[in-house]
Write a protein of this length. Structure first.
Length: 435
C-alpha cells in the first residue's frame, strides 16, 4: 500500500487509529452483553464506554507497550486501562486475542467491500453511458487479433458492463461471507464466554455470528473474499488490455484522454501512450497475487496458529486499497475515453470486404454447394485480398465458379453491414433491460 495508488477513504479503514477504535467497540459491546447477563457490573460497562469511548488512543504509546509485551492486543488493553481505570479488569472477560482480531478484520473487510461496491457502481454507470452513446458505432470485431466480423463499440462496452455486473454480485456475496463475528474464547468452545456475548457483538457491528470457530474464523471465508477481488482485477485487466490494443498507432480506434500539458515520453515529444491502462494491468496483477496466500491461510494448525496473521496484515490493506484505486482509475478512463468512429470505419474497410466472407460461404451452401467446396471457393478469393490487396467483392464477381452458384446481386447483398448489427437491440435489452 503506497500513496501513489491509494485513496484516502479506503486507507483510513486500515489505519491504526481505526483498528484500535474497532477493537475498543468490540470489547465495549462485549462488556454490555456481559453486564446484561450478570457477569460484570452494569456500572462498569457504562464506565468503559464513557471513558474508553471518549479516549483518543495513542498509537505511539501502544507501540511502546508492545515493544515490551510483544503482544499487540495486550498492549492495547494496557493502554485502554490507562483511560478506564479499575473497571478495566472487566474488559476482555473470557475472550482471546483472535476474538478481537478476527472480528475487527471482518468489520474492516465489510467496510472495504462497501467502498468497492460503490466503485463498481460508478464504473457500471460510466460503461452504461458510453455503451448507449456508441450503441450503433460500427467497428470490426477481432478474433486472435485478426479482423473477424462487424460489431459495434457499444456492444464491446455492454460486454464489459455485464462482466462488471457479475463482479458486483460476486463481491456482495463475498462481503456477506466474510462479515462474521467470533467471540467464542479459547479454542472456540465458549467455555469462558457466553454465546450470547458473541450474538450481541455481532448484531451491534452488523455482522453474523460465526456458526463454529476453532479460535479463529475459518479462513476459507477470507480465501473466497480475496479470490473474488482477484477475479474483479482480472476483469479490470481485460478491459484495460482492450483499450491498450485499440490505442495502438496502427489501430487508433479509441484512446485514453490526453490532457493539456501532459507528456508521453521524455525523449519523443510526439508520444501519447496508454499509461493509465498499462498501470491498471500492473495493478491487476498485484491484486490477483494476494489471492494465493489467502488460500494458503486456510490450512492452519489444529484450532489455531498465527501463520495467517502476517499475511493478512499485508494483503487486507494492499488488496482492497489497490483495487479501490484501480476501479476508480478505470472509471475515469471510460468516462473520458476518446472514440474514433472514422478510424473504425477505415480499419474495417482496410481488407476490402473480407469481413463478409462467412455470409458468402453460407449463401453458397444454401445455393446447393457443399460446405467444403464453398469454403474453398471463398477462401481462394479471400487469399487474393490478403496477399495482393485485391477487392474481395470484385474477385468473387470475377470467379465463374462462384457466379455459377450465386447471381451477382446475391453476392453483393451479402456485403451489407446492417446485417451484422440487426440484433444489437436484443443484446442491449438482455444487458440493460428495457431502457
Amino acid at each position: 500500500m503506497i500513496p501513489r495508488y491509494s485513496r484516502p477513504e479506503m486507507v483510513a479503514i486500515w489505519s491504526p487509529e481505526t483498528r484500535f477504535r474497532i477493537w475498543f467497540e468490540i470489547e465495549a459491546h462485549a462488556c454490555d452483553a456481559l453486564a446484561e447477563i450478570g457477569v460484570i457490573p452494569k456500572e462498569a460497562a457504562k464506565t468503559i464506554w464513557d471513558k474508553g469511548g471518549s479516549a483518543t488512543f495513542n498509537v505511539d504509546r501502544i507501540d511502546e507497550i508492545e515493544r515490551e509485551t510483544k503482544h499487540d492486543v495486550i498492549a492495547f488493553l494496557t493502554h485502554l486501562a490507562e483511560f478506564v481505570g479499575p473497571d478495566s479488569r472487566f474488559i476482555h472477560q473470557g475472550m482471546t486475542s483472535s476474538d478481537v482480531l478476527d472480528t475487527c478484520l471482518a468489520v474492516q473487510l465489510k467496510r472495504a467491500s462497501d467502498l468497492l461496491i460503490a466503485d463498481l457502481d460508478a464504473l457500471l454507470a460510466a460503461l452504461k453511458k458510453r455503451a448507449f452513446e456508441h450503441k450503433d458505432t460500427v467497428t470490426v470485431g477481432r478474433s486472435h487479433g485478426i479482423h473477424a466480423e462487424p460489431t459495434t463499440f457499444g456492444v464491446k462496452l455492454a460486454y464489459a458492463y455485464a462482466e462488471f455486473s457479475r463482479a458486483r454480485e460476486r463481491l456482495v456475496a463475498a462481503r456477506a461471507e466474510v462479515a462474521t463475528c467470533a467471540i467464542s474464547g479459547a479454542v472456540g468452545t465458549f467455555a469462558n464466554v457466553d454465546p450470547r456475548v458473541e450474538a450481541h457483538v455481532a448484531e451491534k457491528l452488523g455482522l453474523t455470528a460465526e456458526p463454529v470457530s476453532t479460535q479463529v474464523i475459518p479462513r476459507d471465508r477470507h480465501a473466497m473474499f480475496f479470490a473474488t477481488l482477484g477475479v474483479i482485477a482480472s476483469s479490470v485487466e481485460r478491459l484495460a488490455t482492450e483499450i491498450r490494443h485499440l490505442q495502438r498507432s496502427e489501430v487508433l480506434e479509441a484512446e485514453e484522454y490526453f490532457s493539456p500539458g501532459q507528456k508521453g515520453s521524455s525523449a519523443m515529444p510526439h508520444k501519447r501512450n496508454p499509461v493509465l491502462t498499462e498501470n491498471l494491468t500492473g495493478l491487476a496483477r498485484m491484486v490477483r497475487a494476494y489471492a494465493m496466500p489467502a488460500m494458503e491461510n486456510v490450512a492452519l494448525w489444529h484450532e489455531r496458529d498465527i501463520s495467517h496473521s502476517s499475511v493478512e496484515r499485508m494483503i487486507g490493506p494492499d488488496a482492497t486499497v489497490t483495487l479501490d484505486f484501480a476501479l476508480a482509475r478505470l472509471t475515469g478512463v471510460i468516462e473520458k475515453l476518446l472514440v474514433y468512429p472514422d478510424n473504425m470505419q477505415a480499419n474495417m474497410n482496410r481488407y476490402r470486404g473480407l469481413i463478409h466472407s462467412q455470409r458468402v460461404l453460407l449463401a453458397l451452401t444454401q445455393a446447393g454447394v457443399s460446405r467444403e467446396d464453398a469454403y474453398r471457393l471463398v477462401q481462394r478469393n479471400a487469399m487474393k485480398t490478403w496477399e495482393h490487396g485485391k477487392d474481395f467483392l470484385e474477385e468473387l464477381l470475377a470467379d465463374m465458379d462462384v457466379t455459377a452458384a450465386l447471381p451477382a446481386d446475391e453476392i453483393r447483398s451479402r456485403f451489407d453491414l446492417g446485417y451484422h448489427t440487426k440484433h444489437v437491440e436484443t443484446i442491449f435489452e438482455r444487458v440493460f433491460g428495457n431502457e
